[in-house]
Write a new protein. Structure first.
Length: 313
């Protein structure tokens, strides 16, 4: 891993001969051992790791973490694809301020991990329509975007609604294309984009493939998470009744053909990582969690084209 460590400006890690790496998310919060976890699962063939924190860094020393993770990856071709801080930096309370400080520290430390992406929720002014959060979004992320640009870092907002909708919610405004247009208008810049996945759009009954084709230029990082939609339940009971109509799934077990996703990404020139967001699948969970993730890893590699074969000279 030492060969990928850099100083000064962050830069995107080498995406390998296939152009798109397939990896997974790693919890890096307080009380966890990210380096130890990576050592355990690296032999399964994961090519990238997205290190994520929930709301706060929890006192984590990022310089120390970068060294530990670098040592865990030593001798492999795997990389750190991104750092993630998932909280509500627009809230303004103590936790919101800690989330905001987490964004700043991750931006400043990205180069230590050899990556150029910091991701997370965009945040939200609680329980008001999304458009009423734009002033706060500009106030918070305008300076963050400038800070990131000066360090060669890109900011990517996940498209999860976190149980909210246009009118009300407590976590994230970056949940649909109308909001994205308003966000990118409020804070213009080439280093502001999306951490996209089809799952959250499918749960909102949005067709993800045309959306990806439209927005792929703003997609910096992809979460490997799919969904299964029970259209029979939707047709009979709708989406507001007592019957669950959609489930989050590991890629390979949901409704999306990821060959199509990767085709759209490749045709647009995307270079980066698809990192599996596990711990959601209703079947491949608990003792079957890593079984499902490795199946998803191998499925996504097949969708990417299989094993790299060099052209004859």
């Amino acid at each position: 891993m030492a060969k990928k460590r850099q100083t000064g400006r962050a830069s995107a890690p080498d995406s390998g001969p296939m152009g798109i790496r397939i990896g997974t998310l790693v919890n890096a919060g307080a009380g966890t051992d990210p380096a130890g976890y990576i050592r355990q699962i690296l032999p399964h063939g994961f090519e990238s790791f997205s290190l994520m924190f929930w709301q706060t860094l929890g006192g984590r020393d990022l310089k120390k973490l970068a060294v530990e993770v670098g040592e865990a990856l030593e001798g492999s071709d795997a990389v750190v694809s991104s750092l993630g801080i998932f909280g509500n930096a627009l809230k303004g309370d103590k936790m919101g301020r800690q989330t905001l400080e987490g964004w700043r520290k991750c931006i400043d430390a990205a180069h230590l991990f050899g990556c150029d992406i910091v991701a997370g929720f965009a945040g939200r002014v609680e329980d008001v329509p999304i458009d009423q959060s734009m002033k706060a979004f500009k106030r918070v992320y305008g300076p963050l975007a400038r800070r990131a640009a000066g360090k060669g870092v890109r900011l990517a907002f996940e498209n999860c609604d976190m149980g909210g909708d246009w009118q009300r919610g407590g976590w994230n405004i970056a949940q649909n294309p109308t909001a994205w247009e308003m966000m990118f208008d409020a804070v213009p810049g080439e280093n502001i984009g999306l951490q996209w996945e089809p799952c959250h759009q499918m749960v909102s009954l949005i067709d993800p493939l045309p959306q990806l084709a439209r927005w792929v230029g703003r997609v910096f990082h992809v979460h490997g998470k799919d969904a299964t939609v029970r259209w029979d339940i939707v047709r009979e009971h709708g989406v507001h009744g007592p019957h669950q109509f959609a489930w989050h799934r590991t890629p390979g077990f949901g409704d999306t053909d990821w060959t199509d996703v990767i085709t759209i990404l490749r045709m647009a020139g995307f270079v980066g990582s698809i990192d599996i967001e596990g711990w959601h699948d209703p079947v491949y969970r608990r003792e079957l969690e890593m079984t499902g993730q490795v199946a998803g890893l191998n499925y996504l590699k097949r969708c990417r084209g299989g094993t790299f074969v060099p052209n004859p000279k």
